[in-house]
Write a protein that binds this ligand. Sequence first.
Ligand code: BTN
Length: 328
Amino acid sequence: MIKKMNTSPDHRILKALRASAVHLPAGDLAGQTGLAPGVVATRIPELRAAGYTIDEQPHLGYRMLAAPDRLIADDLSGMLEDCKLVREILVFEETDSTNNVVTQLGRNSAGEGLVVFAETQKAGRGRLGRKWESASRKGLWFSLLMRPRFPMQTWTRLTTWAAVGAATGIEEVTGCRTAIKWPNDIYIEGKKVVGILSESHAGREAFAVVGIGVNVNQTDFPEPISKTATSLALAAGHPLDRQEVAAAILRGLDHWSRKLEDGFSEIVAAAEERSYLRGRRVELLFGDRTLTGIAGSLDENGALLVITPDGAQVSVASGEVTVAAHRL
Ligand code: BTN
């Protein structure tokens, strides 16, 4: 599929303003965006009405001082021009679950690289049918459509890839250290900050939906997650621009997507460097079986190797892990 280029005037103006740390003369802004000066002059008040603070000085021109606390597809796509993975961004004010929206679009032949965000989800889903708390404008709730060309038995790779892409993006934008709790959680300072829900859809045009929930600006959480969840703002000590966090995560996913098929061992190595479980005593629930043992490394497809009390090494492709109280 050919990358769908977003060429709307707002996309071009926002991209140019974000790229400039100083005032940009009106003529330069028109030149850089390829827009007629009259178009720039009419879009600036519209962008202000949408919540952007854009300063205007008689001889100096325009400068963006602040962006609204809203996800805006035109702005986000301008921050991701070099990102090959992301082909189209849609933002919903409210939906049931972004995984549901992308599943529907995937069934209607939407292409790889479609990303759907929602400011809030009324039926956000976690693994094992759990509810996912999706407070309005406090986090990033989004899903990505993937059509991997490698065999479906190894599509579990997508969860490891998403965890590494999100973790590295978050590290870049916050400076915080992250840990990946296999297979689908990211922790900061022992608390969960990201959850990933990957769902595969078989068929003639098989596809996967990778749903990612990131707690960004919450200062507290409702029961039953009040003690176990954290946000990037709590970890970093200040609120964050959600669009910048979203762009950093999508850039992280883009970077590691080149290693999904060939070079997956690099993704595995990046996940292992951040392993939350390695060396811990764990209880694993997969299907109707429970397995206890010590969590070890990951195999070549990202499956967790667990050493059982009788010394056997068992490889688990996916499952629910509980950590025992102490590390052995
Ligand atoms: C988990 O921790 O169990 C996974 C949580 C995944 C949450 C995200 S938010 C965006 C996408 N839409 C959903 O309904 N779920 C995922």
